[in-house]
Design a protein around this ligand. Structure first.
Ligand SMILES: CC(C)(COP(=O)(O)OP(=O)(O)OC[C@H]1O[C@@H](n2cnc3c(N)ncnc32)[C@H](O)[C@@H]1O)[C@@H](O)C(=O)NCCC(=O)NCCS
Ligand SMILES: Nc1ncnc2c1ncn2[C@@H]1O[C@H](COP(=O)(O)OP(=O)(O)OP(=O)(O)O)[C@@H](O)[C@H]1O
Length: 229
């Protein structure tokens, strides 16, 4: 089994790409979804957030007020680092559990949708491939503003909390350019899917060659032993 890391920037189109990959039957683990689960009331992360950010960060029903927490952490780097240090270990633990589940279910590769894949030191080392969902900066800003209702300055501040997409582009093994229309993106995702499936065939071919080589070696050894004795 191998892992494929999928990343991008805020509002660059990861969820859009993931929806197509799921439609094609791929196993996808979404770090944003897990990030929501691990801060549910009574969890360890929830208690720590309450302790460090105070009760004003909670909604009336006890859940985290994500909008309020977002305004704090996206404008104060040290608070963002604090939130990351609380949530990231929990997110990674849960992701690992889900990878194991897919492994047991017999999936041959799993796609991990991790917004901060390239920002998190050492994480890409576990990925056979890394896919960047790219979007040109003006389009990314416009889509983020439209989706969130944020003004330009605040939306730009959120984008600048992550490494620039141009830089991530240099690290990725595959790039999907989502600057254009849905159809263009869908075509690129279909191509990526074909490559991932082909790479499986390639793995099986390598295993088959390896097994054949081992078999031939064994036969040769038996023949040599037979003629020597
Ligand atoms: C700050 C929070 C409360 C804002 O919640 P909200 O519902 O408004 O946004 P959501 O979780 O859907 O995230 C949207 C996008 O914001 C970006 N983002 C989220 N957290 C971070 C972060 N710590 N640093 C940089 N970018 C981030 C990602 O691109 C993400 O896809 C939330 O994002 C959070 O708890 N973040 C910390 C956990 C984390 O790092 N999540 C990212 C997955 S590893
Ligand atoms: N090709 C496209 N054409 C037009 N709009 C798009 C396209 N791709 C995505 N969008 C819109 O842009 C916004 C961001 O897309 P999406 O939610 O897929 O990004 P994301 O990377 O998952 O975002 P985040 O990580 O911040 O949650 C959404 O409102 C989506 O509908």
């Amino acid at each position: 089994m191998f892992l494929v890391g999928l990343s991008g920037g805020i509002a660059s189109g990861k969820s859009t790409v993931v929806a197509v990959l799921r439609e094609l039957g791929c196993a996808v683990i979404d770090a944003d979804v897990i990030a929501r689960q691990v801060v549910q009331p009574h969890s360890k992360a929830h208690q720590q957030i309450l302790q460090h950010f105070g009760p004003e960060i909670l909604l009336e029903n006890g859940e985290i007020n994500r909008e309020a927490l977002g305004s704090i952490v996206f404008s104060q780097p040290e608070k963002r680092r604090l939130l990351n240090s609380i949530t990231h270990p929990e997110i990674l633990k849960e992701m690992l559990k889900q990878v194991l589940k897919y492994f047991v279910l017999g999936y041959r590769y799993v796609i991990l949708d991790i917004p901060l894949l390239f920002e998190t030191r050492g994480l890409t080392r576990f990925m056979k491939y890394t896919v960047l969902v790219y979007c040109d900066p003006p389009t990314q800003l416009a889509r983020l503003m439209k989706r969130s209702g944020l003004g330009a300055a605040e939306a730009e501040a959120r984008i600048s909390c992550q490494l620039p997409l141009e830089e991530k582009r240099r690290w990725a093994t595959h790039v999907i350019d989502n600057s254009g229309d849905w159809e263009g993106t869908r075509r690129q995702v279909l191509q990526l899917h074909t490559r991932l499936e082909d790479s499986l065939d390639f793995l099986w071919a390598r295993l088959a060659v390896g097994a054949a080589a081992a078999g031939l070696g064994g036969l040769l050894f038996l023949l040599i032993r037979h003629f020597i004795s």
